[in-house]
Design a protein. Structure first.
Length: 395
């Protein structure tokens, strides 16, 4: 059996691989602490869940327009505009079953074979996958730990050129939790305009930010609205990963093309899921704020705990629910270390290398889990890693 060249490069996502391994260990009776999964541990907020149930009971179970219900597009245009200090029209909004397909479709509409696409590395694995499927040339830009994992702008300046068709940004970012400061966004925006490149700004964690920080969107910088595609969704903000609902904001002309791609692929997103999404956007937002406060306490706790382990250096991320500690001092690959932690300590973490080559030497831990579990996991990690540091000098 042969398959197309287009998909030959696709690899499984590290998170699913580690999850499968840890579940196999659990099945064999081991207790595993899970830090590998990037999804909120909270249930979907009650008002949203009830709106979805009510929608099913009242027969809101039919096709909707491919790019989504008008009421939801209007609500998103208003709310997303307010959050970013911008003004959007409903025809700029495209709703889809999760942010992931909405990353793929614009890539399909904009990337020709041979076009170069700049993206963050370490970064969300779907970026590299979708560039490859379109026949684009992936151009990874390293993120700098000492800049709280913002782009290495010197590398960016060296890599951008007239063949660059798209620049992908993700702030706050997966896997690092890093936020791109306004000065860096301005630098990137100037280059995007100079080389006439599109910017795909994945802002799915934009509401999960700490210390009162405001996350600027590159779309708000002068001349950027017409070349920026914002990706956002419901999975992380409203604990709705399994509902599958996301959206994009883009120039209306491009939105029409994406509408056609949706028409001929997914058809539309689930009707009742969109009704639940409408409640999420229009309903009270205090639960979002409450949950972010809880994440912030967990972030402070896990960062402090990791930094107490000799050999581990962990930056304090400003957003998302991930930490990305540097573990280079242990002299092992991140994959070896993650395996050792799983097998010996029963702690499931992701190797930084599963987010690209510049993620080597780091681990990703998701702290979207309870304080008790974080505390137990840190204790087990400390035990396993301390014995390694002490062994190391006599090796
Ligand atoms: N973008 C980033 C950076 C993510 O981390 C994720 C999920 O992990 C997504 C997009 C996909 O989200 P969705 O569940 O809406 O497809």
């Amino acid at each position: 059996m042969t398959y197309t060249q287009r998909i030959a490069h696709l690899k499984p996502e590290g998170a699913y691989q580690v999850l499968a391994k840890s579940q196999a260990l659990e099945k064999a009776g081991r207790e595993i602490i899970h830090f590998e999964i990037g999804q909120p541990d909270f249930d979907t907020f009650e008002n949203i869940r009830d709106a979805g149930i009510q929608a099913i009971s009242t027969g809101q179970t039919r096709y909707t327009p491919p790019a989504g219900m008008l009421a939801l597009k209007e609500a998103i245009a208003e709310a997303a505009g307010k959050e970013r200090g911008l003004s959007f029209l409903p025809e700029q909004i495209v709703i889809g079953p999760g942010a992931k397909p909405l990353l793929f479709f614009p890539a399909m509409a904009l990337i020709e074979p041979g076009d170069e696409v700049i993206y963050p590395n370490p970064g969300f694995p779907t970026y590299e996958a979708m560039i490859g499927v379109m026949g684009g040339v992936p151009v990874p830009v390293p993120l700098k730990e000492e800049k709280n994992f913002s782009f290495d702008l010197e590398a960016f300046d060296r890599l951008i050129n007239e063949r660059t068709r798209m620049i992908i940004l993700n702030s706050p970012g997966n896997p690092t939790g890093g936020v791109i400061p306004t000065a860096d966004l301005e630098h990137i925006a100037e280059a995007a305009k100079r080389y006439d490149a599109w910017v795909l700004s994945d802002e799915i964690y934009a509401r999960i930010v700490y210390d009162g920080l405001e996350i600027p969107s590159i779309a708000g910088l002068p001349g950027m609205l017409e070349r920026t595609i914002i990706v956002d969704g419901f999975s992380k903000t409203y604990a709705m990963t399994g509902w599958r609902l996301g959206y994009r904001i883009m120039p209306a002309g491009l939105a029409k093309k994406i509408d056609l791609l949706l028409t001929h692929s997914v058809g539309c997103s689930a009707h009742f899921t969109q009704v639940a999404g409408l409640e999420a956007v229009r309903g009270p937002q205090d639960r979002v704020r409450e949950v972010v406060e809880i994440y912030q306490k967990r972030r402070d706790f896990i960062v402090a705990g990791l930094n107490k382990i000799p050999g581990v250096v962990c930056q304090k991320p400003q957003g998302a629910f991930y930490v990305f500690p540097n573990v280079k001092a242990f002299g092992k690959t991140s994959s070896e270390l993650a395996d050792m932690l799983l097998q010996e300590a029963g702690v499931a973490v992701l190797p930084g290398s599963s987010f690209g080559k510049f993620g080597e030497g780091y681990l990703r831990l998701s702290y979207a889990t309870s304080m008790e579990i974080i505390e137990r996991g840190l204790g087990k990690m400390r035990e396993a890693l301390e014995s390694m540091v002490f062994v190391k000098p006599s090796e």
